[in-house]
Design a protein around this ligand. Structure first.
Ligand code: NA7
Length: 541
């Protein structure tokens, strides 16, 4: 029988997180193996190949900071990079740092079991292949499990069905086709203008209108890129505190005149991007202030969209601006002025069924050749819980998290020793620039592993009491904001039956980074650390 491979660390996922984790662990002299379900590196940037897919963080900021040669030498072509360019960048990183030889592609991990006797994890792939490791790192992504809508009859549709998060590698040509798009989140808002240009007709099925801000994307001017690169060190230092370098305001919308507010919203609208939502410092905590910025956007929608009824349907009214992830677009609202585009407001005329060739609403039937589902993800916990993970005493992670994810710092969970989660629930994760969040977690995990190795300690896990306190702390942080007012995927509200818990930690990454560092400095306060050989078990207090 073939001997099972044994590694110091196994990393699940070869996106931004997995690649960086691999590089750092290898630099520490650890043996590490990455398992990746896709045939290549990239994570979400491998799968999200739909036309219009691009990052809403500027290219110069949505990139690794760990190598100054890399950041100086890589040339971005656009202010906001499109998916092919980001994927090329990730592939370049894999090649440049010679990472591929430690990655096994086309391998989906289905189970991981902690063996209390050996203190090791047994990791099993769908193929049945298995390996052992001391440290298990979940780099499996926060938005990596696509969700198709469960509409009656959808399985009967004989045309093609695409999900934006699992787009065919060979691309799709919609020329001459009657296309339907379900979903108007960030992905829908990006794909709709592109499909509209190709398809003979496009019907957008909108359940909830979202706020979208123009990107004003364009080529990145060489002078702009050079100037930024000259200051990279200070920009990166600032990013470690704030995530993305927006213009954060120290004024409250409630304390300035209506004219000043309007002028500031207009100035930021004209600059474009997520920077818009940072116009005042009370927008995410004061509903009346938020109404002022939401009104501004609704007025812009009504200016852009010629048909007043369509404009009205496109105006979000059910959630404060920013409490669902703000969208950034290129010509989204303008698309509804095209003669081949039709908006169906599902709040007025809900979908009743899908047939072999159409979507049927309460009012009309729409014949379609293809259906694009931009219907989102089982966010934050989906990829972790898709794996049958069993910790101490065989306990199943899915059961432990039945009422919502429970972590300490968003990195570890009680009962699952040596299992680290990168940008997990309970950390700022999707609320900050993902690459900045990833780099922080990778550094913290490496420091933690070095601490254990230096002291010949074998396992670390979240202590129950510290974890309970952290979960409470994360809930309280969210409760002070307007975030819980939206039925968003931050809360798991897009998945029927998923517990409603606000999963990301609403804190500036700098403040969170300090909390993590303080805990490490106090000998990993709140964690249980043990040396299995001597059966020594200490709980740091
Ligand atoms: P999102 O933001 O979860 O958006 C999904 C969209 O799909 C949203 O408009 C949903 O409406 C809609 N949806 C989902 N299920 C249905 C059904 N059954 N019927 C009609 N409409 C439906 O996913 P995205 O991919 O756009 O963006 C995810 C993140 O990826 C994004 O924030 C970036 O960070 C990157 P709902 O609002 O639930 O009524």
């Amino acid at each position: 029988m073939q001997e099972r491979m044994k590694y110091d660390a196994i990393i699940i996922g070869a996106g931004f997180a997995g690649l960086h984790m691999l590089d750092r662990l290898r630099a520490m002299g650890l043996s590490a193996k990455v398992y990746e379900a896709a045939p290549d590196v990239g994570g979400v940037w491998f799968w999200n190949r739909y036309p219009g897919a691009r990052c809403d963080v500027q290219s110069l900021q949505y990139s690794y900071s760990f190598s100054s040669e890399l950041e100086q030498q890589w040339e971005w072509t656009e202010k906001y990079a499109a998916q092919p360019e980001i994927l090329r960048y990730i592939q370049h990183v894999a090649d440049r740092f010679d990472l591929r030889r430690h990655i096994q592609f086309n391998t989906r991990i289905s189970a991981a079991r902690f063996d209390e006797e050996t203190g090791l994890w047994d990791v099993v792939a769908q193929s049945g292949e298995s390996a052992q490791c001391r440290y298990l790192v979940m780099a499996s992504g926060s938005l990596s499990v696509p969700r198709l809508p469960d509409i009656p009859g959808i399985g009967d549709f004989t045309g093609k069905i695409y999900h934006t998060g699992a787009w065919p590698q060979e691309g799709v040509d919609f020329s001459g086709q009657r296309v339907g798009v379900i979903g108007t989140g960030s992905s829908g808002i990006q794909v709709i203008p592109q499909v509209a240009k190709q398809a003979s007709s496009l019907v957008v099925f909108q359940r909830t209108a979202n706020f979208s801000i123009p990107a004003w994307n364009g080529p990145l001017q060489p002078q702009t890129q050079q100037a930024w690169k000259r200051e990279y060190a200070s920009h990166r230092a600032r990013a470690r505190e704030v995530g993305t370098l927006y213009e954060f305001s120290d004024k409250a919308a409630s304390q300035v005149s209506a004219q000043e507010r309007e002028a500031e919203y207009q100035r930021r609208w004209d600059k474009g991007g997520v920077n818009f939502v940072h116009a005042f410092n009370d927008l995410m905590i004061d509903k009346a202030s938020n109404d002022t910025i939401a009104d501004f956007v609704r007025a812009r929608i009504k200016e852009i969209v010629k048909d007043p009824q369509v404009a009205q349907s496109l105006c979000p009214t059910d959630h404060p601006l920013g409490t669902k992830r703000i969208c950034v677009d290129t010509g989204y609202y303008e698309t509804y002025n095209r003669p081949n585009v039709r908006l169906v407001d599902l709040k007025k005329t809900p979908i009743e069924a899908v047939t072999a060739s159409s979507i049927v609403t309460s009012q009309q039937s729409f014949e379609l050749d293809a259906l694009v589902c931009a219907t989102g993800y089982d966010a934050l916990t989906g990829a972790v819980l898709n794996i049958d993970i069993r910790g101490r005493k065989g306990q199943l992670l899915a059961q432990q998290w039945a009422d919502g994810p429970r972590t300490y710092l968003g990195i570890m969970t009680h009962g699952f020793p040596n299992m680290f989660i990168i940008t997990g629930a309970g950390s700022p994760s999707v609320l900050v620039n993902m690459v900045v969040g990833i780099e922080h977690h990778v550094e913290w995990i490496c420091d933690c592993i070095a601490y254990l190795r230096d002291r010949a300690l074998d396992t670390i896990e979240a202590g129950q009491a510290a974890q309970d306190k952290w979960v409470e702390h994360v809930n309280q942080a969210a409760a002070k904001t307007l975030f819980p007012l939206a039925n968003s995927w931050f809360l798991g509200a897009n998945i029927p039956g998923k517990p409603r818990v606000f999963m990301p930690y609403v804190a500036k990454i700098g403040a969170y980074r300090k909390e993590c560092q303080d805990i490490a400095d106090k000998g990993y306060e709140g964690f249980q650390i043990s040396r299995s050989s001597s059966k020594h078990n200490q709980e740091s207090s």
